[in-house]
Write a protein that binds this ligand. Structure first.
Ligand code: FAD
Length: 322
């Protein structure tokens, strides 16, 4: 028996959220005795990168290298995961909670007759039954879900798991998937890479600006600070609505949900709809000239001051330090 983990990758790198899923599966296996952790990667990606998945706790990586699987073709991915599930004799699939993960997991649940629990934040309680704690209402509450099916799919919330990094390289094994035309009923015909060196959904550090920055001409200091920190840039919704910044930078309930180690919010008030997209961040720093700005209640560190004075000084100080 094994636990199967569905791996997502982009630009030749396994996503951190998938490594978290592997770490979760590793701890789950230690708890439930479900055997080794087998990861499944689909499409074109380097063997070294796949072997490194072992550091997070996988003993083996199955790799279906068919290039048609590189762009996340949902139906084909669901079919491939179902076939791997059969092959390794798993009862549990673990994956990262993400848009692709959600789409694949929903289809997979039908194929393998499994219960799907999404936004899982900790290992299940197996003392009486199988109870899974998950985050609901954009992180404001938790729910406990009892799973009664034999087959289970657990989608793990970003940053909910400590990343294991002390394992050894995994064996990478080629995996032949049998795919039908219907698996490619919908096709991705073009993809456009978002601007910026660091992609927002994956970023470990995000520097985000709001309406307090007065206009698009002032984003230079946000970009400079982001460059110093190796961060992605984000913004509040009105900023992208007015067209100061592109829509893919809009963070919040109706935009991108980020979970970086560090989120720096500059000139953003901290409305609940914005907080809904950032409340999984490990550390939040707020720079706002209004000491009563609601964002300070959610902040780990706050600087009350004018962004136009604080940000350039902060950037200079960091440049001297880093
Ligand atoms: P403001 O509310 O105008 O705040 C600007 C802040 O900048 C203020 O706190 C001010 O003190 C500060 N400031 C001004 N000048 C300076 C200066 N010189 N230096 C430092 N600070 C300064 N919003 C999102 O962001 N994401 C969402 O996903 C989202 N979804 C929504 C969904 C719905 C259904 C609705 C109704 C709203 C949604 N909103 C969302 C909008 C949200 O309610 C707020 O209106 C929005 O987040 C406010 O953006 P802001 O903080 O940039 O602007």
């Amino acid at each position: 028996m094994s636990i199967l983990v569905y791996i997502e990758h982009a630009e030749g790198k396994v996503k951190k959220t998938s490594l978290e899923a592997v770490s979760f599966a590793n701890a789950l296996s230690a708890k439930t005795g479900e055997g080794d952790v087998v990861a499944l990667a689909l499409g074109t990606i380097g063997q070294d990168e796949l072997a490194a998945v072992g550091k997070a706790g996988a003993s083996k990586v199955l790799h279906a290298s068919d290039d048609r699987l590189t762009a996340g073709v949902i139906q084909a991915h669901a079919s491939a995961v179902a076939q791997a599930f059969e092959k390794v004799g798993a009862k549990t699939v673990v994956l990262a909670k993400s848009s692709l993960g959600d789409a694949v997991a929903a289809r997979l649940a039908i194929k393998i007759n499994a219960a799907l629990v999404s936004n899982v934040v900790e290992l299940p309680d197996t003392s009486a039954g199988y109870k899974v704690k998950r985050s609901i209402f954009t992180g404001k509450a938790f729910a406990e879900t009892e799973v009664t099916t034999e087959n289970k799919i657990l989608a793990i919330k970003k940053n909910a798991v400590d990343l294991k990094a002390d394992g050894s390289d995994a064996a990478v094994e080629s995996f032949e998937v049998s795919l039908a035309d219907s698996d490619f009923a919908s096709k991705i015909t073009a993809t456009e890479r978002a601007t910026g060196e660091v992609l927002l959904p994956e970023a470990d550090i995000v520097v985000s600006g709001g309406r307090g920055l007065k206009g698009p001409e002032n984003w230079g200091m946000i970009e400079d600070l982001a460059k110093t920190l190796g961060a992605a840039t984000g913004c509040s919704k009105p900023v992208s609505d007015i067209g100061w910044r592109p829509h893919h930078e809009h963070v919040g309930q109706t935009g991108v949900k980020v979970a970086p180690s560090l989120y720096i919010a500059i000139g953003i008030s901290g409305a609940i709809q914005h907080l809904a997209g950032v409340n999984s961040s490990k550390c939040i720093v707020v720079i706002n000239k209004d000491p009563e700005a609601p964002f300070f209640k959610a902040a780990d560190y706050g600087i009350v001051g004018d962004a136009f004075e604080v940000v350039p000084k902060l950037n200079e100080a960091l440049k001297a330090e880093l």
